[in-house]
Write a protein that binds this ligand. Structure first.
Ligand code: GAP
Length: 435
């Protein structure tokens, strides 16, 4: 993928309202982003597509939504207070800080003239803050650096209330925070981001089998949502890359314009987390299997994905430029589930005779889909605008529609047009969108 494609996608994101630099009117807030009208819809679609696959279409996974703020005890037990750090080096020449393992990505101009680095030291990535108007150590709290701990500390609650038994999973989608030393590459690495994680609890003897099952399932998820297989790979971690809790991890990687980058890690967390929380809290976090009369601490397989960088990958993979009727166009060939709008209703003219019918159609389609309505400028321009934001289908309402009770559906990818009756429109759109 050419590097310039990143600039084009970043530019499109800003121009069309997908992603804005945060706090822009104050000069920007480095490496933070706000999701605009289209980006917030698409980010939500990415998360919904994940919940659909991981929770809705399965009977063995349930969803939780745990607190973002947590007491130090959670992160003491999880090992994050002691181990969740990156190696930080200072450059005595350009006075900037780098992650020792990311030195190849440094971007400060002086570094090319020759940096002189200090010894590396561990820099804990957790954001710490103070809860309530209490001074002193008792009120110290942390913003979660992963959603995972919310699932582990609720293992007992979920077991009791959901009547699930291993193998089963607890899933969660939500914000996590890491004080990254070198955020960058647009929304790829930021200090505030969203994760889509699932802890799958299994009998220890079955853990290897479930690990390979989830590696395959998770890679397929990206393919099914439109990323070409050749832009994805599964990369097992070397022993020295493994997180403190992992007995084996594979990353799903995407071929970004700057090279292969991680979208998701699938980790074998063994019984590390449940055992740690059990020991530190004094609560039993295990499972009694009545069939075998055995009590055991389940092993965990964890597919952990990032929603923001996944959204970037979907956009980069979908970005295309082609020529239609001798005119260049930009088109986002997004999967219909991910596209911000599924349909755009476009009355051919702004004339009052057409507006009521067009608005009626808009209202009836909106009850099922996220729909855009656009009546400004020439119809060709409007098609291009919808192509550029990935809208799979346009519905054109013209003066004939008042006579024949029919409208034209126009497809984004082929630009083909077909006339359909208004009475059968919802069914026809459903067939074409696939839902
Ligand atoms: N619970 C395991 C865990 O958090 P991770 O590999 O550190 O594992 C999972 O994070 C995913 O979260 C990553 O694959 C990535 O997609 C996303 N992620 C992690 N740090 C991120 C950051 N600073 N900015 C954006 N996404 C991030």
């Amino acid at each position: 993928m050419p590097a310039q494609e990143l600039d084009q996608v970043v530019n499109l994101c800003k121009r069309r309202g997908f992603v804005f630099p945060s706090a822009e009117i104050y000069g920007g807030f480095r490496s933070s982003y706000d999701y605009g009208p289209l980006g917030s819809l698409m980010l939500r679609n990415v998360k919904d597509a994940w919940v659909r696959t991981m929770v809705q279409l399965r009977d063995d996974v349930v969803l939780v939504d745990a607190a973002i703020l947590g007491p130090p005890q959670i992160f003491e037990a999880s090992g994050h207070l002691a181990n969740f750090s990156d190696p930080l080096v200072d450059c005595t020449v350009c006075k900037r800080r780098f992650r020792e393992d990311h030195l190849d990505e440094r971007d400060c101009p002086q570094s090319k003239k020759g940096c002189a680095f200090t010894e590396s030291r561990g820099f804990n990535l957790m954001f710490k803050t103070v809860a309530g108007p209490v001074e002193g150590s008792g009120a110290e709290v942390y913003l979660r650096p992963e959603t995972a701990q919310g699932m582990f500390v609720n293992f007992g609650n979920v077991l009791q209330t959901s009547r699930k038994r291993p193998p089963f999973g607890i899933a969660q989608v939500g914000k996590s925070f890491r004080n990254e030393i070198t955020p960058g590459n647009f929304i790829f690495r930021t200090r505030e981001f969203e994760q889509m994680e699932m802890e799958f609890f299994v009998p220890p003897a079955d853990s290897a089998q479930w690990y390979s099952y989830w590696c395959t399932e998770r890679l397929e998820w990206y393919v099914n949502l439109g990323i070409p297989r050749e832009m994805l790979r599964l990369r097992p971690h070397a022993a020295d890359e493994l997180s403190h809790y992992s007995a084996g991890t594979s990353d799903v990687e995407f071929l970004f314009p700057w090279g292969w980058g991680e979208l998701e890690g699938i980790a074998q967390r063994t019984d590390y987390d449940l055992t740690q929380h059990s020991t530190h809290s004094g609560s039993k976090l295990d499972f009694f299997d009545q069939a075998t009369n055995e009590r055991y601490v389940p092993y965990v397989i964890e597919p952990a994905a990032g929603a923001n960088r996944t959204m970037a990958a979907f956009m980069l993979a979908a970005y295309d430029e082609d020529i239609i009727n001798d005119e260049p166009r930009t088109v986002l060939r997004l999967h219909p589930r991910l596209a911000p709008y599924k349909v755009a209703v476009l009355p051919l003219s702004k004339k009052e005779t057409l507006t009521p019918l067009a608005k009626d159609i808009y209202a009836s389609l909106s009850s099922r889909y996220m729909v855009d309505y656009d009546e400004t400028q020439a119809i060709g321009r409007r098609y291009r605008r919808q192509d550029e934001i990935g809208t799979p289908l346009c519905v054109t309402v013209d003066f004939e529609s008042l006579e024949d009770d029919a409208v034209t559906i126009r497809e984004r990818d082929t630009t083909q047009q077909v006339r359909v009756s208004i009475a059968g429109l919802l069914d026809e759109l459903g067939k074409r969108l696939g839902f």
